[in-house]
Write a protein that binds this ligand. Structure first.
Ligand code: NAD
Length: 308
């Protein structure tokens, strides 16, 4: 890591989506040179590059590794992470391009067991894989207030602290894979809270109660959660449903959590039903839905409505 602030001079970054783009902006604003790549969002990428001088767009994923001691991935899931790391017929794999001693940081919400397997593979090439998934959404990515759940060797995590500190609060939660496990479990709680609070609030509404008044009371009471304090007031009541976190990604995360519960023999009846309901909502709302739109789907049940 280069001096003066413990930040690496150059960082590679792959995945400039809803989360990745604001994260890259923050890194660039902190003085880090970012070599950035996104497979499909080329216009998006061009805009980031124009607005932030410290970002260099590269034409191929593996090219982000040039001169970079650290490469960050902010990709949808383990399938994409593995495809990028291994490369394909026409593309060099990132692992082939990384210098020995480099650190690869998967900040997306991937599958913990696949992360562990990938870490063993990268270790054989002298590349340390660290999982560092985040919570806090697009707003947290913009303001640098993400909660970052890190899994990996203590020494590597400590070395990454100044860099990750630009993006949020770093919490090392265990060895590699621990961050991805905890992130899936966090989202299971979040998805359960949103379902439970929405069923309760919709029942109250049909009974004649005012949702805003219910939220004000509940948020000073034991029923409160991130859903009643943030999602309902900011995305559901205004009818914008624009949290920036896709329903398909939430479904992916809670399926990971269910797999983890089943693999460990932990009780999972509630989790299994939660996954079923989110899957039904996903099928009904379609691929582009924001996760908060599950409330629109719930509202349609028993009324035939759904578009309000
Ligand atoms: P997104 O779909 O907006 O962005 C993903 C980006 O990856 C896209 O720009 C896409 O073009 C790019 N991509 C896909 N395949 C690629 C490839 N082969 N090579 C290069 N780029 C490729 O997703 P997001 O909302 O930014 O989420 C990213 C990750 O962070 C996911 O794992 C998600 O679960 C997690 N996450 C999201 C939020 C949120 O609020 N959006 C919050 C916490 C965690």
């Amino acid at each position: 890591m280069a001096e003066p602030q413990g930040l690496p001079g150059t960082v590679g970054f792959i995945g400039l989506g809803r989360m990745g783009e604001p994260m890259v902006r923050r890194l660039a604003a902190a003085g880090v040179t970012v070599r950035a790549f996104d497979a499909v969002a080329r216009l998006h990428l061009a805009e980031v590059v124009t607005l932030v001088d410290e970002v260099a767009a590269v034409a191929e994923g593996a090219a982000v590794a040039e001169g970079a001691a650290v490469v960050i991935l902010m990709l949808p899931d383990s399938n994409v992470v593995e495809a990028v790391v291994h490369g394909g017929d026409s593309e060099t794999g990132l692992l082939d391009a990384l210098a020995p001693g480099a650190v690869l940081v998967d900040m997306g919400s991937s599958e913990p067991l696949r992360t562990r397997a990938l870490a063993a593979e990268t270790a054989a090439r002298d590349v340390v894989l660290v999982d560092a998934p985040v919570s806090g959404g697009v707003t947290g990515a913009e303001s640098g207030t993400l909660t970052i759940m890190v899994g990996g060797p203590e020494e590597t995590t400590a070395g990454l602290a100044p860099l990750l500190g630009v993006l949020g609060r770093v919490r090392r939660v265990g060895p590699v894979g621990a961050g991805h496990a905890l992130k899936a479990l966090n989202n299971l709680m979040s998805a359960s809270h949103l379902l439970a609070s929405s069923e309760a609030l919709l029942a109250g509404q049909r009974f004649g109660l005012d949702p805003a008044a219910m939220l004000e009371a509940v948020n000073g009471s034991s029923g409160r959660s991130g859903s009643t304090e943030n999602k309902w007031p900011n995305f559901v009541l205004p009818g914008t449903y624009n949290s920036g976190f896709a329903l398909s990604l939430m479904l992916k995360d809670i399926r990971i959590a269910l797999g983890l519960a089943e693999a460990t023999g932990a009780p999972s009846a509630h989790t299994a039903r939660t996954v079923e309901l989110w899957a039904e909502a996903s099928a009904a709302l379609g691929p582009g839905a924001d996760h908060t739109e599950i409330v629109r789907w719930l509202r349609s049940i028993g009324t035939g409505e759904g578009d309000s």
